[in-house]
Write a protein that binds this ligand. Structure first.
Ligand SMILES: [Zn+2]
Length: 325
């Protein structure tokens, strides 16, 4: 009862805002990155990060969210909370929480778009006609801030944003603005590329961006309505087994945030906008499966990179092996 009340107090009408706009990975996608990162983080780093989050400014409600979690063990509770924090930057979009919205919602921190078009079969880059997003800039600033002398309260907000932005930048469509005759000012990361037939009422429209944000649950729906731990853990474990840390360590490019974004952009150009994608048509099952294959790798890499970033900042030494729990 108490928890339900707190949830309402902090999250309110989150459901009403879900699915309405560019979120970048839905809740499940982001939480998978958090789960993977937590597996990489040393116990010492987990503690330090948790302690900092607890020092967050009150109006951010970052620390209050911890009240929502009452898991079997304290360790599990902290992990679930850390996973939740990957979504905080989306939670603050809720306008019903006026101060939180006003002080923390930043629409253009969720993406960093390169504008591009295809001319005579070749990719050409175009100058960004308007603000192409500040995700990279913010990630750089905040990753420096958590290494520096800022107080824990400031660092808490930085950590929450880092947890979210790393995930966002691994979603191919958060790095891409494709310019076509139909979208001369860019397609806003596929938000303007509709998959539903022409003339579909706005409320029933589906766009390419949301299709990719929710690619994991599209392939693996939570049919039993399991809670996060039950639902996400096996999925994340499966993805990690497919892309083990040791095999992918050499590709981490730690601190090279531009490289991460470049990888995503390439995937957008080659994987998302493949020849079999047709405007006003729902993608085929084959396309959906291919999307999952891409997402698995992106989510795991995002998690490894996030975990190692925190290890490098808050640990005495970067961990090479951490036993899962
Ligand atoms: Zn986002």
């Amino acid at each position: 009862m108490f928890k339900a009340a707190v949830r309402l107090m902090l999250i309110g009408s989150l459901l009403s805002i879900l699915g309405t706009s560019a979120f970048a990975w839905d809740e499940v996608g982001h939480k998978i990155t958090g789960y993977v990162a937590w597996q990489r983080m040393t116990p010492e780093v987990r503690e330090r990060v948790h302690k900092i989050l607890m020092a967050a400014p009150e109006d951010s409600q970052i620390a209050s969210f911890y009240m929502l979690y009452g898991a079997r063990t304290e360790e599990l509770r902290k992990r679930e909370y850390f996973m939740f924090m990957t979504t905080w930057a989306d939670v603050v979009r809720d306008r019903n929480f006026e101060m939180r919205y006003k002080n923390y919602h930043k629409g253009n921190w969720h993406y960093d778009d390169k504008f591009w078009t295809v001319k005579n079969g070749k990719i050409e880059y175009l100058p960004a006609p308007e603000d192409g997003g500040q995700a990279l800039e913010r990630l750089k600033t905040y990753s420096e801030m958590i290494r520096g002398r800022a107080n824990d309260s400031q660092k808490a907000v930085a950590i929450a944003w880092i947890e979210h932005i790393i995930g966002d930048l691994h979603q191919p469509l958060h790095t891409s603005a494709r310019v076509t005759d139909v979208e001369p000012k860019g397609d806003q990361g596929g938000n303007l590329f509709l998959l539903t037939p022409q003339g579909t009422p706005r409320a029933n429209q589906e766009n390419l961006h949301w299709f990719w944000d929710s690619i994991v649950v599209r392939n693996m729906p939570n049919t039993k309505n399991e809670c996060d731990t039950e639902f996400i853990e096996p999925i994340a474990q499966k993805f990690m087994k497919k892309y083990p840390f040791e095999k992918n360590q050499s590709r981490l490019a730690l601190g090279r945030f531009e490289d991460w974004t470049e990888e995503s952009l390439k995937l957008a150009q080659e994987g998302v906008f493949s020849a079999d994608l047709v405007r006003f048509q729902m993608p085929s099952d084959k396309y959906k499966k291919k999307g999952l294959t891409i997402a698995e790798e992106r989510l795991v890499m995002a998690g490894y990179r996030m975990g190692e970033l925190f290890n490098s900042v808050f640990g005495t030494a970067a961990a090479t092996t951490v036993s899962p729990n």
